[in-house]
Design a binder for this molecule. Structure first.
Ligand code: SF4
Length: 463
C-alpha cells in the first residue's frame, strides 16, 4: 500500500466517535465482510478496570458493528499482564458475561485446551501464537491509549504484543561483542524488535486508538500521580503504524521522537509519510493535546523519605523501577512516614546512598557494581568504659590517650533486589522481608491482595 486513510474524530462519547470514524472511512463493510471470523484484540492487563483495560462501551460498539456487517463469529480477548490468569480478570470485571450477552465469545487465551497454539517462525525465533487469532479472517485492534514510561503513549503497536503470552514477551539480556549494552539501550532495541516481529505475524484490518479518556501523569496503571483527562478524541484507520503516527502527532510527538515508529518505518510495516496519509475528520494541525507524560528520570518520582540515585541504566530497569516506585508511592503512604530514610540505588555505579541505613539495590547492575563500595561495610568504634577513661585522665595516665578500637562490619541494612531487570512483584516480597510486616503494614496488605490474584483465590476475602 502506498497510501492510507486515517480518521481523527471528536465526539461526545467514545461509542459515537468510533461509529462516526468508521462511517467516515466508508463504513464497517470496508473492514469486515459477511461470514468473516473476527478477533477483537482489547487491553486486558490487570483486574484494575478502565482505563487500564479497554472501555466496555467501546467493546460493545465494535461488537455491534461486526454484527451489523454479518460477521460469522466474533472473538474478544487478550493475554493479561505478567503471569496473571484471564479467568481472574474475567471474574473480577464480569467481562465474559458482558461480551456473551452481546453475542460474541470472550476468549481465555491461556486455556490451551480450548484455544490451542500454533508455532510461528519469525526472524529465527519460534513464537507460539493462539490459533484462534491466526485463523480469524479479520483482526481488529481496539486500543486504549494512556501514557507509557518507555514509549510515551500506549499506542496500538504495543497492544499487539499481548497477542502472545508473557513467556514470548520476555527480553533476555544479549550483549553483542564490542557493543555497550547500557549505552545503546540494547534492551529497548530488542524489545522493539520483538514487538514488531509479533505485529508482523498478523496485520490488523481495523485499528482504533481510543484516547477519548486519557490517563496522564503516572500510568498506564492507576497510581497516586495518575490523572484521567478527557480529550473526546479517537483515531481510526486500517494501518496501525499510520494510526499510531497520527495519534502521537496529536500530542506533538513526531516520527523521529518515537523509536518504535522509526523502526516500523525501516521495516516497511506501515505508512509513515504524512503526505501519503489522507486525513479525515478533525484537522491535525488544529489539535495540540497538552498532557503530562511519565517522568523521564526516576529521580523525579517524588517519594516521601526516599532518595532515588541512578547510575547508568537501560530501559529494562527503568521500566520495572518506574512501576515499583509508583507502587511504593501509591501503596506505602503510611509506611513511608515511619521509615525515616531509605536510598534506592539503581544502575551501574550509582551515586552513594543518603545514609548507611535502608539501602535498596535494584537490579544486577547496581548489586554487582557496588560490591566493593564503602557503604557495604560499617565502621564500629568499640565503646570504652568512659568512667575508667575519665579516672585515668584525672590521674594523667597516658593510656587514657589510647586510640579507640575500630572494627569493620558488613552493613546489613541493605536489601538486594536481583534481576536483569528485577520483577517489580518479587521486589515487594523482598522489601517486606527486609522491613518486616509490622513496619510496612500497607505494603503487606497490598502484597497479599496481589497474591490472591496470582493464586486465583478470588473468593477468599482479604482480611
Ligand atoms: S540490570 Fe537493569 S540496568 Fe543492568 S542491564 Fe539489566 S536491565 Fe539493564
Amino acid at each position: 500500500m502506498n497510501s492510507t486513510e486515517v480518521a481523527i474524530i471528536k465526539s461526545n462519547s467514545p461509542s459515537e466517535a468510533i461509529t462516526d470514524g468508521i462511517e467516515k472511512l466508508g463504513g464497517i463493510s470496508g473492514f469486515v465482510e459477511k461470514g468473516d471470523q473476527v478477533f477483537v484484540k482489547i487491553n486486558l492487563r490487570t483486574p484494575g478496570g478502565f482505563p487500564v483495560n479497554t472501555n466496555f462501551d467501546t467493546i460493545k460498539t465494535i461488537i455491534n458493528l461486526c454484527k451489523e456487517a454479518e460477521a460469522k463469529k466474533i472473538f474478544v480477548g487478550s493475554y493479561p499482564f505478567n503471569r496473571l490468569k484471564t479467568d481472574l480478570i474475567a471474574k473480577t470485571l464480569g467481562i465474559q458475561s458482558y461480551i456473551e450477552k452481546l453475542g460474541a465469545e470472550f476468549v481465555f487465551l491461556d486455556d490451551q485446551n480450548k484455544y490451542p497454539l500454533k508455532s510461528v517462525e519469525i526472524n529465527g525465533k519460534t513464537i507460539e501464537f493462539p490459533k484462534v487469532i491466526l485463523e480469524s479472517d479479520r483482526l481488529i485492534l481496539l486500543n486504549q491509549v494512556s501514557v507509557d514510561p518507555l514509549f510515551k503513549c500506549t499506542i496500538s503497536l504495543l497492544n499487539t504484543y499481548s497477542l502472545v503470552s508473557n513467556q514470548f514477551q520476555k527480553i533476555q539480556k544479549n550483549v553483542r561483542s564490542g557493543k555497550d549494552y547500557l549505552h545503546l539501550d540494547q534492551y529497548k532495541q530488542d524489545l522493539i524488535t520483538n514487538i514488531l516481529d509479533i505485529f508482523s505475524v498478523k496485520k490488523p484490518s481495523l485499528v482504533i486508538n481510543d484516547l477519548f479518556y486519557f490517563l496522564e501523569g503516572a500510568g498506564p496503571f492507576i497510581y497516586k500521580d495518575s490523572n484521567l483527562k478527557r480529550t473526546n478524541l479517537i483515531v481510526v484507520g486500517n494501518d496501525a503504524v499510520a494510526v499510531d503516527l497520527i495519534t502521537l502527532r496529536l500530542f506533538e510527538i513526531d516520527l523521529l521522537n518515537s523509536d518504535i515508529i522509526v523502526e516500523a518505518r525501516n521495516r516497511r510495516l506501515g505508512i509513515t509519510d504524512i503526505p501519503n496519509i489522507k486525513l479525515i475528520g478533525e484537522n491535525l494541525e488544529d489539535i495540540r493535546l497538552s498532557v503530562d507524560f511519565c517522568v523521564s528520570k526516576l529521580e523525579d518520582i517524588n517519594i516521601k523519605n526516599t532518595h532515588v540515585k541512578a547510575g547508568r541504566i537501560c530501559s529494562g530497569c527503568f521500566k520495572e523501577a518506574y512501576h515499583l516506585l509508583n507502587l511504593m508511592k501509591t501503596h506505602m503512604t503510611k509506611d513511608l512516614k515511619y521509615i525515616i530514610k531509605q536510598s534506592f540505588l539503581i544502575g551501574e555505579k550509582p551515586p552513594k546512598p543518603e545514609s548507611l541505613e535502608n539501602i535498596i539495590l535494584f537490579g544486577d547492575c547496581a548489586i554487582e557494581s557496588t560490591e566493593n563500595r564503602e557503604f557495604r561495610n560499617i565502621i564500629i568504634t568499640n565503646s570504652k568504659d568512659y568512667f575508667e577513661t575519665a579516672k585515668k585522665k584525672l590521674k594523667k595516665d597516658s593510656k587514657a590517650q589510647d586510640k579507640p578500637q575500630i572494627k569493620e562490619k558488613v552493613n546489613k541494612k541493605i536489601v538486594e533486589l536481583p534481576g536483569c531487570p528485577p520483577s517489580r512483584f518479587d521486589c515487594l516480597n523482598s522489601l517486606i522481608s527486609y522491613y518486616g510486616k509490622s513496619q510496612v503494614p500497607n505494603l503487606f496488605f497490598f502484597n497479599n491482595l496481589i497474591k490472591t490474584y496470582y493464586n486465583q483465590e478470588t473468593d477468599k476475602k482479604t482480611k
